[in-house]
Design a protein around this ligand. Structure first.
Ligand code: TXA
Ligand code: MG
Length: 339
Protein backbone atom coordinates (compact mmCIF):
# COMPACT_ATOMS: atom_id res chain seq x y z
CA UNK A 1 0.00 0.00 0.00
CA UNK A 2 1.28 3.49 -0.90
CA UNK A 3 0.19 6.59 0.96
CA UNK A 4 1.32 10.06 -0.11
CA UNK A 5 0.79 13.19 1.98
CA UNK A 6 -0.70 16.00 -0.09
CA UNK A 7 -1.06 19.63 0.91
CA UNK A 8 -4.85 20.21 1.00
CA UNK A 9 -4.40 23.95 0.47
CA UNK A 10 -2.08 23.63 -2.51
CA UNK A 11 -1.78 20.05 -3.85
CA UNK A 12 1.70 19.18 -5.17
CA UNK A 13 1.40 18.93 -9.01
CA UNK A 14 3.86 16.01 -9.25
CA UNK A 15 1.81 13.90 -6.84
CA UNK A 16 -1.46 14.77 -8.57
CA UNK A 17 0.08 13.89 -11.96
CA UNK A 18 1.22 10.52 -10.63
CA UNK A 19 -2.25 9.80 -9.22
CA UNK A 20 -3.90 10.81 -12.51
CA UNK A 21 -1.55 8.46 -14.40
CA UNK A 22 -2.63 5.56 -12.18
CA UNK A 23 -6.29 6.38 -12.88
CA UNK A 24 -5.62 6.68 -16.62
CA UNK A 25 -4.09 3.19 -16.58
CA UNK A 26 -7.23 1.77 -14.95
CA UNK A 27 -5.98 1.84 -11.34
CA UNK A 28 -7.65 2.82 -8.07
CA UNK A 29 -6.71 5.97 -6.15
CA UNK A 30 -8.31 6.93 -2.85
CA UNK A 31 -8.51 10.69 -2.35
CA UNK A 32 -10.06 13.18 0.06
CA UNK A 33 -13.18 15.17 -0.73
CA UNK A 34 -14.84 17.74 1.54
CA UNK A 35 -17.37 15.07 2.60
CA UNK A 36 -15.56 11.71 3.01
CA UNK A 37 -12.67 9.95 1.24
CA UNK A 38 -13.55 8.49 -2.16
CA UNK A 39 -12.29 5.37 -3.92
CA UNK A 40 -11.49 6.79 -7.34
CA UNK A 41 -11.45 5.15 -10.77
CA UNK A 42 -11.86 6.41 -14.35
CA UNK A 43 -15.62 6.82 -14.70
CA UNK A 44 -15.66 5.94 -18.40
CA UNK A 45 -13.56 2.77 -17.97
CA UNK A 46 -15.87 -0.20 -17.39
CA UNK A 47 -12.98 -2.42 -16.22
CA UNK A 48 -11.82 0.12 -13.66
CA UNK A 49 -15.43 0.38 -12.47
CA UNK A 50 -15.56 -3.40 -12.05
CA UNK A 51 -12.45 -3.15 -9.84
CA UNK A 52 -14.21 -0.59 -7.64
CA UNK A 53 -17.17 -2.90 -7.03
CA UNK A 54 -14.85 -5.79 -6.31
CA UNK A 55 -12.62 -3.77 -3.95
CA UNK A 56 -15.62 -2.61 -1.94
CA UNK A 57 -17.51 -5.90 -2.06
CA UNK A 58 -20.42 -3.79 -3.23
CA UNK A 59 -23.45 -5.26 -5.06
CA UNK A 60 -23.24 -4.45 -8.79
CA UNK A 61 -26.62 -2.71 -8.87
CA UNK A 62 -25.57 0.01 -6.38
CA UNK A 63 -24.72 3.03 -8.57
CA UNK A 64 -21.56 5.16 -8.18
CA UNK A 65 -21.21 8.94 -8.19
CA UNK A 66 -19.25 10.51 -11.08
CA UNK A 67 -17.09 13.38 -9.80
CA UNK A 68 -16.67 16.24 -12.26
CA UNK A 69 -14.93 19.62 -12.31
CA UNK A 70 -18.03 21.73 -12.91
CA UNK A 71 -21.47 21.96 -14.50
CA UNK A 72 -20.01 21.60 -18.02
CA UNK A 73 -18.37 18.31 -16.96
CA UNK A 74 -21.67 17.06 -15.52
CA UNK A 75 -23.62 17.94 -18.65
CA UNK A 76 -21.37 15.64 -20.70
CA UNK A 77 -22.62 12.67 -18.66
CA UNK A 78 -26.30 13.68 -18.64
CA UNK A 79 -28.89 12.97 -21.34
CA UNK A 80 -31.00 15.84 -19.97
CA UNK A 81 -29.83 18.80 -17.89
CA UNK A 82 -32.89 20.73 -16.73
CA UNK A 83 -33.37 24.06 -14.94
CA UNK A 84 -33.52 22.44 -11.50
CA UNK A 85 -30.16 20.78 -12.10
CA UNK A 86 -28.73 24.08 -13.31
CA UNK A 87 -30.01 26.15 -10.40
CA UNK A 88 -28.80 23.68 -7.77
CA UNK A 89 -25.42 23.15 -9.44
CA UNK A 90 -24.83 26.89 -9.78
CA UNK A 91 -25.74 27.51 -6.15
CA UNK A 92 -23.86 24.63 -4.51
CA UNK A 93 -21.01 23.51 -6.78
CA UNK A 94 -18.28 22.92 -6.10
CA UNK A 95 -19.64 21.40 -2.90
CA UNK A 96 -21.35 18.52 -1.08
CA UNK A 97 -24.30 18.09 -3.46
CA UNK A 98 -24.91 15.11 -5.77
CA UNK A 99 -27.50 15.40 -8.54
CA UNK A 100 -29.23 12.38 -10.11
CA UNK A 101 -30.05 13.02 -13.78
CA UNK A 102 -30.83 10.90 -16.89
CA UNK A 103 -27.68 9.06 -18.05
CA UNK A 104 -26.15 9.96 -21.43
CA UNK A 105 -25.71 7.14 -23.97
CA UNK A 106 -21.90 6.99 -23.93
CA UNK A 107 -21.69 6.62 -20.14
CA UNK A 108 -21.13 2.99 -19.06
CA UNK A 109 -24.24 1.45 -17.49
CA UNK A 110 -21.97 -0.33 -14.99
CA UNK A 111 -21.06 3.05 -13.50
CA UNK A 112 -24.74 3.59 -12.70
CA UNK A 113 -25.30 0.06 -11.43
CA UNK A 114 -27.31 -0.58 -14.60
CA UNK A 115 -29.68 2.34 -13.99
CA UNK A 116 -30.63 4.75 -16.78
CA UNK A 117 -29.77 7.63 -14.44
CA UNK A 118 -26.38 8.94 -13.34
CA UNK A 119 -25.29 10.72 -10.15
CA UNK A 120 -22.87 13.63 -10.60
CA UNK A 121 -21.05 15.88 -8.16
CA UNK A 122 -18.37 18.58 -8.37
CA UNK A 123 -16.36 18.36 -5.13
CA UNK A 124 -14.81 21.49 -3.60
CA UNK A 125 -11.79 19.81 -1.99
CA UNK A 126 -8.68 21.14 -3.78
CA UNK A 127 -7.05 17.70 -4.05
CA UNK A 128 -10.19 16.15 -5.56
CA UNK A 129 -10.53 19.09 -7.91
CA UNK A 130 -6.88 18.94 -9.01
CA UNK A 131 -7.14 15.20 -9.64
CA UNK A 132 -10.22 15.58 -11.85
CA UNK A 133 -8.50 18.41 -13.74
CA UNK A 134 -5.31 16.37 -14.22
CA UNK A 135 -7.22 13.35 -15.50
CA UNK A 136 -9.32 15.64 -17.71
CA UNK A 137 -12.45 13.54 -17.27
CA UNK A 138 -14.89 12.28 -14.64
CA UNK A 139 -13.78 10.16 -11.67
CA UNK A 140 -16.14 7.56 -10.25
CA UNK A 141 -15.80 7.50 -6.47
CA UNK A 142 -17.89 5.75 -3.89
CA UNK A 143 -16.89 6.29 -0.28
CA UNK A 144 -13.55 4.49 0.25
CA UNK A 145 -14.77 1.80 2.62
CA UNK A 146 -15.91 -1.78 2.25
CA UNK A 147 -19.62 -2.30 1.67
CA UNK A 148 -21.77 -1.27 4.64
CA UNK A 149 -18.87 -0.01 6.73
CA UNK A 150 -18.67 3.50 8.12
CA UNK A 151 -17.31 5.98 5.54
CA UNK A 152 -13.67 7.10 6.00
CA UNK A 153 -12.92 10.66 7.07
CA UNK A 154 -9.13 10.21 7.27
CA UNK A 155 -6.53 8.43 5.13
CA UNK A 156 -5.89 6.05 8.04
CA UNK A 157 -9.53 4.92 7.91
CA UNK A 158 -9.09 4.18 4.18
CA UNK A 159 -5.85 2.29 4.76
CA UNK A 160 -7.47 0.05 7.37
CA UNK A 161 -10.46 -0.77 5.17
CA UNK A 162 -9.02 -0.90 1.64
CA UNK A 163 -5.24 -0.63 2.06
CA UNK A 164 -4.58 -3.94 0.34
CA UNK A 165 -6.64 -3.21 -2.78
CA UNK A 166 -5.99 0.43 -3.69
CA UNK A 167 -2.97 1.44 -5.77
CA UNK A 168 -2.48 4.77 -3.99
CA UNK A 169 -3.99 6.73 -1.11
CA UNK A 170 -3.70 10.52 -1.17
CA UNK A 171 -3.65 11.74 2.42
CA UNK A 172 -5.03 15.26 2.58
CA UNK A 173 -5.90 15.21 6.28
CA UNK A 174 -9.35 14.96 7.86
CA UNK A 175 -12.45 15.77 5.78
CA UNK A 176 -14.07 19.13 6.37
CA UNK A 177 -17.72 17.97 6.40
CA UNK A 178 -17.28 14.38 7.62
CA UNK A 179 -20.57 13.09 6.20
CA UNK A 180 -21.57 12.03 2.67
CA UNK A 181 -23.03 14.50 0.16
CA UNK A 182 -26.71 15.38 -0.06
CA UNK A 183 -28.17 13.41 -3.01
CA UNK A 184 -31.03 15.06 -4.92
CA UNK A 185 -32.87 13.37 -7.80
CA UNK A 186 -33.83 16.21 -10.16
CA UNK A 187 -35.37 14.08 -12.94
CA UNK A 188 -38.96 14.84 -11.99
CA UNK A 189 -39.29 17.41 -9.23
CA UNK A 190 -36.39 17.50 -6.81
CA UNK A 191 -36.30 14.69 -4.27
CA UNK A 192 -33.66 14.24 -1.58
CA UNK A 193 -32.57 10.59 -1.75
CA UNK A 194 -29.90 10.96 0.92
CA UNK A 195 -29.71 13.79 3.45
CA UNK A 196 -26.27 15.37 3.78
CA UNK A 197 -24.37 18.54 4.63
CA UNK A 198 -26.84 20.70 2.69
CA UNK A 199 -30.13 20.65 4.60
CA UNK A 200 -33.67 21.16 3.27
CA UNK A 201 -33.70 24.83 4.18
CA UNK A 202 -30.54 25.56 2.20
CA UNK A 203 -31.77 23.58 -0.83
CA UNK A 204 -35.25 25.14 -0.80
CA UNK A 205 -33.84 28.66 -0.66
CA UNK A 206 -32.53 27.94 -4.18
CA UNK A 207 -35.08 25.41 -5.45
CA UNK A 208 -38.45 25.55 -3.65
CA UNK A 209 -39.53 22.27 -5.31
CA UNK A 210 -37.12 20.21 -3.15
CA UNK A 211 -38.85 17.58 -1.00
CA UNK A 212 -37.55 14.97 1.41
CA UNK A 213 -37.28 11.44 0.00
CA UNK A 214 -38.33 8.33 1.88
CA UNK A 215 -41.80 7.20 0.87
CA UNK A 216 -41.97 9.74 -1.93
CA UNK A 217 -38.64 8.68 -3.41
CA UNK A 218 -39.58 5.01 -3.30
CA UNK A 219 -42.96 5.60 -4.92
CA UNK A 220 -41.42 7.66 -7.71
CA UNK A 221 -38.65 5.19 -8.45
CA UNK A 222 -38.87 1.46 -7.90
CA UNK A 223 -35.08 1.16 -7.79
CA UNK A 224 -34.00 1.63 -4.19
CA UNK A 225 -31.14 4.01 -3.60
CA UNK A 226 -28.31 2.15 -1.85
CA UNK A 227 -27.78 5.08 0.50
CA UNK A 228 -31.29 4.35 1.73
CA UNK A 229 -30.56 0.76 2.70
CA UNK A 230 -31.39 0.22 6.35
CA UNK A 231 -28.02 -1.17 7.37
CA UNK A 232 -25.52 1.23 5.89
CA UNK A 233 -22.90 3.34 7.60
CA UNK A 234 -22.73 0.85 10.48
CA UNK A 235 -19.81 0.31 12.87
CA UNK A 236 -18.72 -3.22 13.81
CA UNK A 237 -19.95 -2.72 17.35
CA UNK A 238 -23.68 -2.77 18.01
CA UNK A 239 -24.98 0.81 17.92
CA UNK A 240 -27.71 1.79 20.35
CA UNK A 241 -29.51 5.14 20.46
CA UNK A 242 -30.40 6.60 23.85
CA UNK A 243 -33.00 9.34 23.83
CA UNK A 244 -31.50 11.32 26.70
CA UNK A 245 -28.18 11.82 28.46
CA UNK A 246 -29.59 10.11 31.57
CA UNK A 247 -30.67 7.08 29.56
CA UNK A 248 -27.29 6.93 27.81
CA UNK A 249 -25.49 7.01 31.16
CA UNK A 250 -27.74 4.37 32.73
CA UNK A 251 -27.39 2.01 29.77
CA UNK A 252 -23.63 2.47 29.75
CA UNK A 253 -23.38 1.69 33.48
CA UNK A 254 -25.65 -1.34 33.17
CA UNK A 255 -23.76 -2.77 30.20
CA UNK A 256 -20.35 -2.10 31.76
CA UNK A 257 -21.47 -3.84 34.95
CA UNK A 258 -22.35 -6.84 32.80
CA UNK A 259 -18.82 -6.95 31.36
CA UNK A 260 -19.59 -5.20 28.08
CA UNK A 261 -17.04 -2.71 26.72
CA UNK A 262 -19.01 0.40 25.81
CA UNK A 263 -18.26 3.44 23.68
CA UNK A 264 -20.41 6.42 24.57
CA UNK A 265 -20.96 9.26 22.10
CA UNK A 266 -22.23 12.37 23.86
CA UNK A 267 -22.82 15.99 23.00
CA UNK A 268 -20.57 18.44 24.77
CA UNK A 269 -23.12 20.18 26.95
CA UNK A 270 -22.74 17.23 29.34
CA UNK A 271 -21.38 17.46 32.82
CA UNK A 272 -17.62 16.69 32.71
CA UNK A 273 -17.70 15.12 36.21
CA UNK A 274 -20.13 12.44 35.08
CA UNK A 275 -18.11 11.81 31.95
CA UNK A 276 -14.98 11.24 34.06
CA UNK A 277 -16.91 9.06 36.49
CA UNK A 278 -18.16 6.84 33.66
CA UNK A 279 -14.69 6.55 32.15
CA UNK A 280 -13.19 5.46 35.46
CA UNK A 281 -13.86 1.73 35.37
CA UNK A 282 -12.22 1.47 31.94
CA UNK A 283 -15.12 -0.40 30.37
CA UNK A 284 -16.80 2.81 29.21
CA UNK A 285 -14.96 4.98 26.70
CA UNK A 286 -16.47 8.43 26.27
CA UNK A 287 -16.36 10.86 23.36
CA UNK A 288 -17.88 14.30 23.77
CA UNK A 289 -18.59 15.69 20.31
CA UNK A 290 -19.11 19.28 19.28
CA UNK A 291 -22.54 20.65 20.06
CA UNK A 292 -23.50 22.15 16.67
CA UNK A 293 -24.68 19.94 13.80
CA UNK A 294 -21.82 20.75 11.39
CA UNK A 295 -19.13 20.20 14.02
CA UNK A 296 -20.79 17.00 15.24
CA UNK A 297 -21.02 15.66 11.67
CA UNK A 298 -17.31 16.35 11.17
CA UNK A 299 -16.41 14.25 14.23
CA UNK A 300 -19.06 11.52 14.31
CA UNK A 301 -17.62 8.89 11.91
CA UNK A 302 -14.17 9.38 13.44
CA UNK A 303 -15.61 8.52 16.86
CA UNK A 304 -17.22 5.33 15.46
CA UNK A 305 -13.93 4.33 13.77
CA UNK A 306 -11.99 4.96 17.00
CA UNK A 307 -14.38 2.88 19.07
CA UNK A 308 -14.21 0.02 16.56
CA UNK A 309 -10.40 0.18 16.68
CA UNK A 310 -10.53 0.01 20.46
CA UNK A 311 -12.69 -3.08 20.20
CA UNK A 312 -15.79 -1.93 22.05
CA UNK A 313 -18.78 -4.29 21.96
CA UNK A 314 -21.44 -1.62 21.92
CA UNK A 315 -21.68 2.07 21.07
CA UNK A 316 -24.34 4.15 22.76
CA UNK A 317 -25.19 7.41 21.03
CA UNK A 318 -27.10 10.13 22.84
CA UNK A 319 -29.81 11.16 20.36
CA UNK A 320 -29.53 14.49 18.56
CA UNK A 321 -32.14 17.22 18.00
CA UNK A 322 -34.96 16.56 15.53
CA UNK A 323 -34.61 19.72 13.45
CA UNK A 324 -33.53 20.17 9.82
CA UNK A 325 -29.90 21.05 10.62
CA UNK A 326 -29.49 17.63 12.29
CA UNK A 327 -31.38 15.67 9.61
CA UNK A 328 -28.35 14.02 8.00
CA UNK A 329 -26.66 13.14 11.30
CA UNK A 330 -29.93 11.71 12.69
CA UNK A 331 -30.29 9.67 9.47
CA UNK A 332 -26.79 8.16 9.84
CA UNK A 333 -27.36 7.38 13.52
CA UNK A 334 -30.62 5.58 12.66
CA UNK A 335 -28.98 3.58 9.87
CA UNK A 336 -26.02 2.71 12.05
CA UNK A 337 -28.42 1.36 14.65
CA UNK A 338 -30.53 -0.62 12.12
CA UNK A 339 -30.07 -4.35 11.56
O1 TXA B 1 -20.01 12.53 -0.41
C1 TXA B 1 -20.15 11.62 -1.21
O2 TXA B 1 -21.12 11.53 -1.95
C2 TXA B 1 -19.02 10.60 -1.29
C3 TXA B 1 -17.76 11.28 -1.80
C4 TXA B 1 -16.65 10.33 -2.06
O3 TXA B 1 -18.09 12.02 -2.94
N1 TXA B 1 -19.40 9.49 -2.10
C5 TXA B 1 -20.35 8.58 -1.72
O4 TXA B 1 -20.56 7.57 -2.64
O5 TXA B 1 -20.93 8.64 -0.65
P1 TXA B 1 -21.32 6.21 -2.31
O6 TXA B 1 -21.15 5.36 -3.51
O7 TXA B 1 -20.84 5.66 -1.03
O8 TXA B 1 -22.81 6.62 -2.22
C6 TXA B 1 -23.48 6.97 -3.42
C7 TXA B 1 -24.89 7.34 -3.13
C8 TXA B 1 -25.73 6.13 -2.94
O9 TXA B 1 -26.05 6.02 -1.60
C9 TXA B 1 -26.97 6.37 -3.78
O10 TXA B 1 -28.04 6.69 -2.92
C10 TXA B 1 -26.69 7.59 -4.58
O11 TXA B 1 -25.40 8.03 -4.27
N2 TXA B 1 -26.76 7.31 -6.02
C11 TXA B 1 -25.74 7.18 -6.90
N3 TXA B 1 -26.17 6.99 -8.15
C12 TXA B 1 -27.51 7.02 -8.08
C13 TXA B 1 -28.54 6.88 -9.05
N4 TXA B 1 -28.27 6.71 -10.34
N5 TXA B 1 -29.82 6.93 -8.61
C14 TXA B 1 -30.09 7.11 -7.31
N6 TXA B 1 -29.17 7.25 -6.35
C15 TXA B 1 -27.89 7.20 -6.72
MG1 MG C 1 -20.76 4.69 0.78
Amino acid sequence: MRVLRVDPASPEPAIIAEAAAILRAGGLVAFPTETVYGLGARALDARAIARVYEAKGRPKHHPLIAHVADEAGAKKLAAVWNDRASRLARAFWPGPLTLVVPRADGVPAALAGGADSIAVRAPSNAIAHALIAALGEAIAAPSANRYQEVSPTTAAHVARSLGDVVDLILDGGPCERGIESTVVDVRSGAVVLRPGPLDLGALRAVEPAVVAGGAIARAADARPSPGMDARHYAPRARLVVASTWAEAQQSACRMAAGGVRVGLVLRSELVPDLTRELAKNGRVLVRNLTRDAAGYAREFYGALHDFDDQGVDAIIVEDVPKDDAWWAVADRIRRGAAG
